[in-house]
Design a protein around this ligand. Structure first.
Ligand code: HEC
Length: 187
């Protein structure tokens, strides 16, 4: 019995020694395919690790903006595709209040809460903007204008057109048309 116990202890010690040897090894053992373990490291955005797109191609879903860099969109190609419905006005109000109101104010009069810490924008109730085509306002949202940054990356196309319909609502609330006034009389 005693003998078996001694053998057991001896085997245990041997195993422990073998394991300890592993952690003390100063040079790596045989490396299989080292070129896979040690690849040259690149930062994600570093030159050489980003693939340049093939010339003449655009990413999937990307729609180039044909009026980029222009003062205004030419040719009248930018038309509001949405009709003037209550649902569109309501969405427009929601997004105007999220994105535009801080600077332009609740009626677009340039009295948002960030003014005057931020320079006061011109009123959207001016004859100028009232006479602008919808596409011209769209252009400002897409490209920005002087101090106003571009909102192209924040606001999807559909919401921009909704916002523009809502700006028209604000303008007509302040400057009702003859037709609007007639309707008011009926109330
Ligand atoms: C950070 C503040 C800020 C926000 C937010 C902002 N604007 Fe402006 N906006 C300005 C300023 C400032 C100008 C004047 C730029 C200039 O000097 O030409 C301006 C100009 C404009 C003009 C042109 C007015 C004119 O008479 O030339 C339009 C149209 C307009 N903004 C629409 C919008 C709409 C729509 C939104 C929301 C999607 C919006 N803006 C969000 C600051 C802002």
């Amino acid at each position: 019995m005693k003998r078996i116990a001694w053998i057991g202890t001896g085997a245990g010690l041997l195993a422990a020694a073998a394991l300890a040897g592993c952690s003390e090894r100063s040079s790596p053992t045989f490396e299989y395919m080292p070129q896979m373990a040690y690849t040259p490291a690149h930062m994600a955005q570093e030159e050489g690790s980003m693939r340049t797109p093939v010339e003449g191609t655009v990413p999937r879903g990307f729609k180039p903006y044909p009026y980029k860099g222009m003062v205004e969109p030419t040719g009248g190609g930018l038309k509001n595709p949405l009709s003037r419905t209550k649902a569109v006005f309501e969405k427009g109000r929601e997004y105007f209040n999220i994105y535009c109101m801080v600077c332009h104010g609740p009626y677009g009069e340039g009295n948002g809460t960030v003014v005057p810490k931020y320079p006061q924008p011109p009123t959207l109730q001016s004859d100028k903007v009232r006479n602008w085509a919808d596409g011209r306002i769209y252009h400002v949202i897409h490209e920005g204008q002087n101090l106003m940054p571009s909102y192209a990356s924040q606001i999807p196309e559909r919401h921009r057109w909704e916002i523009i319909h809502y700006i028209r609502v604000l303008q007509r609330a302040k400057n009702p048309t003859a037709e609007d006034l007639k309707r008011l009389e009926k109330w």
